[in-house]
Write a protein that binds this ligand. Structure first.
Ligand SMILES: [Fe+2]
Ligand SMILES: [Fe+2]
Length: 234
């Protein structure tokens, strides 16, 4: 059974899981999609929307940690040294901004996308994957460590969870695209936890049907087996 103390870490871990899987998928699929783009423009555009969503989620997630999550821990104990994690965010930021601009250039279709643009986007994915892999382990250790669990009360952790969630909802527009992006990168248990505030069938109905227009172009890159047993497929 999940305790109240699990909520904050659970939410962070789910965002991390979505980012990790999206970086893996991007890295694996990128070359094949770009090589076939003359024949399959829709999938190339879907990849651009997928990457734009990933980069925007990344930036919002880091901003939430820098301005809400990390200060809350630091205010409670001097033992937290979060500066290395902040430096990681700082190193990733220019790559995320440039990657988002390139993805938007592809999506705008008003200027020619050069092979150099594709190559640069590929390189950005590789560099981000390297930086992210080194970052996510220490960060999860920090948020799940005994000190973090004990220096904030259950009520404070709940409030922090709520603040981080509200920050994401304000930063990520349209929320439907980001909610589907995260949802379809999670395992079934985490999908259920992710939509817990909303009744399950309503959440699945919203994500799978009502909001489908906002995420459908990204479908080739989302999990193919979403919530087995629910009848839902990407
Ligand atoms: Fe994080
Ligand atoms: Fe982080």
């Amino acid at each position: 059974m999940k305790t109240r103390e699990d909520l904050l870490f659970g939410d962070l871990r789910r965002i991390h899981q979505a980012i990790t899987r999206a970086l893996e998928t991007s890295g694996t699929r990128f070359d094949q999609v770009v090589e076939a783009k003359e024949d399959d423009d829709a999938t190339y555009l879907g990849l651009a929307l997928y990457l734009k969503t990933l980069f925007e989620l990344f930036v919002s997630h880091h901003h939430g940690e820098d301005t809400i999550g990390f200060p809350a821990l630091e205010a409670r104990s001097k033992e937290f040294d979060l500066e290395p994690l902040r430096q990681d965010h700082h190193r990733m930021h220019p790559l995320l901004v440039e990657g988002k601009q390139l993805a938007e250039k592809i999506l705008r279709r008003t200027s020619t996308v050069s092979p150099d643009d594709d190559a640069r986007l590929r390189e950005i994915i590789v560099q981000l994957s390297r930086l992210w892999t080194a970052h996510v382990g220490p960060e999860e250790t920090c948020f799940s460590c005994e000190l973090a669990m004990t220096c904030l009360t259950a009520g404070e952790r709940d409030r922090l969870t709520h603040e981080l969630s509200r920050h994401g909802q304000q930063a990520l527009k349209p929320m439907s695209r980001f909610a589907a992006f995260i949802y379809y990168h999670l395992d079934q248990d985490d999908q259920a936890a992710f939509v817990k505030p909303i009744p399950g069938f309503v959440a699945r109905f919203l994500i799978a049907i009502v909001w489908k227009g906002s995420w459908k172009p990204m479908a080739p890159f989302l999990l193919q087996e979403a919530a087995p047993g629910t009848g839902l497929r990407v």
